[in-house]
Design a protein around this ligand. Structure first.
Ligand SMILES: [Zn+2]
Length: 509
């Protein structure tokens, strides 16, 4: 009989630790609902004690998202566990995830406690968490650099205390497949009560081995895989969810004894949504979901593909819900046609959301002959990203040229107030940013600026993503327009609005 592999998604917890990828509670909820459609088994949606904004976001997800287990993270401290439970208790199936380091280097330098003391602390934490829910998961942080004897004792004690899932994280992405699996085998052979818990892994990608370590672990008895959409996460990221689930399907011959319940047709959409909302572009050559993953440029390959798809393509784009038919919308397309296309792409906006998208569509179709699927995706992202902006763009005019001093006039609206400023700069975008800085009075540093064309052709929609720094923290903003100066200003304002929302949400500490 085929064994089920539980897919534990940590996009909203570990994934959100990607530098600059801060989401507001509304955006987190939007992604959580999409993860439920993707049918992940567990959504780890945050670390409730870390800030009041984070608590609110986790609480909203626990109340509204049905289907998956809703999991919150907590250190092995009573206060953390209480706050975590408060945030997740309204969920259909709430899970408390307690973590505590088990490696000598973490115990000695980070926690500054001796191993026996920490072992007791872990056991007490699990017992305490069990008072709230039977769904308790325990992570031995930095497991791959921990001593085996000690880990076995911790795991035995933790299972006796009532933990249902034991997670073995490769916190620093140090493991190589064979050693990693050997560690799992040893634990399974030596811990007497190991059959009372599910073993889970959480792999980081510092050496590019996160996916392969996770996949191999399945064949060594691991039944839960922690992974993130687009492989985002701390540093080089975590194991990519889409790569793991698609590999298990495409290589069914190798993984014949295992299955998962992911609705793969939702992968494309989920991947784009996460990328847009977090402002982290997907590399074109990214496995499974990169835009080049299904493009063939060499003549020999194209010829082969025309004769038989399988010659050079092992994954069918339809499996992940991508590229199902070209669309062709113009300025004359009515509401019905646009709504139909959105549905084809798997987006079912409510009336208010739809009107926002449709207004953006008409505006774009005026400037662009043909609207493509990628354009619609960018518009959808615009309509959901710009939730309750503090500042919005009313008017923009820039002057630039070979002999003139670049200058900008910017008019912004905040609540009902209008602000106008002019400024000069090294170019039109710099001038516009200087004008915005005068209005907001914020001391910002532009860390990164990135421009890409959403589709091909001279009338393509330009997408700008920027990273700004404010008081030591990074914020990502994005904006689109057929005019790249306008797209740049929108991206800058989006970043500013996010930073203002972050402070307003009680996160600024
Ligand atoms: Zn991690």
């Amino acid at each position: 009989m085929s064994e089920k592999i539980y897919i534990f998604d940590s996009t909203l917890r570990d994934g959100e630790q990607t530098p600059g990828a801060k989401l507001n509670p509304k955006e987190k909820l939007k992604i959580a609902k999409q993860l439920a459609k993707l049918n992940v088994d567990i959504i780890e949606c945050g670390f409730p004690i870390s800030s009041p904004g984070e608590f609110k976001a986790v609480e909203a997800i626990a109340k509204e998202v049905k289907g998956p287990v809703i999991c919150g993270l907590a250190r092995a401290l009573p206060k953390d566990i209480e706050v975590c439970w408060e945030a997740i208790k309204k969920a259909e199936q709430p899970r408390i995830h307690v973590f505590l380091a088990s490696s000598p280097i973490h115990m000695k330098y980070k926690l500054r406690k001796d191993p026996e003391e920490l072992l007791n602390m872990g056991i007490e934490a699990v017992k305490y968490a069990r008072k709230f829910t039977p769904e308790v998961q325990y992570s031995l942080e930095d497991a791959t650099r921990s001593e085996l004897d000690y880990m076995c004792r911790v795991i035995e004690g933790i299972i006796n205390a009532g933990a249902r899932v034991i997670n073995l994280p490769d916190t620093v992405g140090y493991a190589v497949p064979e050693q990693f699996c050997e560690m799992i085998d040893n634990i399974r052979n030596r811990v007497p009560n190991i059959d009372k818990a599910i073993i889970s892994v959480h792999c980081h990608n510092d050496l590019g081995l996160a996916v392969v370590n996770s996949l191999e672990a399945i064949r060594h008895g691991v039944r839960q895989i922690e992974c993130n959409i687009n492989g985002i996460g701390e540093r080089a990221g975590n194991a990519a969810l889409e790569e793991i689930v698609v590999a298990m399907i495409v290589r069914k011959d190798y993984f014949k004894d295992y299955h998962h319940d992911i609705n793969t047709k939702e992968i494309y959409k989920t991947s784009r949504m996460v990328s847009h909302l977090m402002g982290i572009p997907i590399p074109v050559n990214k496995a499974v979901i990169g835009t080049n993953a299904f493009k063939h440029s060499s003549g020999i390959h194209q010829d082969g593909i025309l004769k038989n798809m399988q010659t050079y393509e092992i994954i069918n784009a339809e499996l992940i819900g991508g590229k199902a038919g070209q669309i062709n919308l113009t300025a004359r397309s009515g509401r019905h046609a646009v709504r139909h296309e959105l549905q084809q792409m798997g987006f079912t906006p409510d009336d208010e959301e739809f009107e926002k998208i449709y207004a953006l569509f008409l505006d774009l179709a005026d400037k662009k002959k043909q609207v493509f699927r990628e354009d619609l995706e960018a518009l959808i992202a615009d309509s959901i990203v710009y939730t309750a902006p503090t500042y919005s763009l009313e008017y923009l005019q820039t002057v630039s040229g070979t002999k003139s001093i670049p200058s900008a006039v910017v008019k912004l609206k905040k609540d009902k107030e209008i602000f106008i400023e002019t400024a000069t700069g090294s170019g039109p975008i710099d001038a516009a940013y200087n004008a915005i800085n005068k209005i907001t009075g914020l001391e910002l540093r532009l860390e990164k600026y990135n421009l890409r064309a959403v589709t091909e052709g001279r009338d393509a929609l330009g997408e700008v993503s920027i990273t700004i720094e404010y008081q030591g923290k990074n914020y990502i903003g994005r904006g689109t327009s057929t005019d790249i100066v306008e797209a740049s200003v929108k991206a800058y304002l989006n970043g500013i609005n996010k930073l203002i929302a972050f402070y307003a949400g009680g996160n600024g500490r």
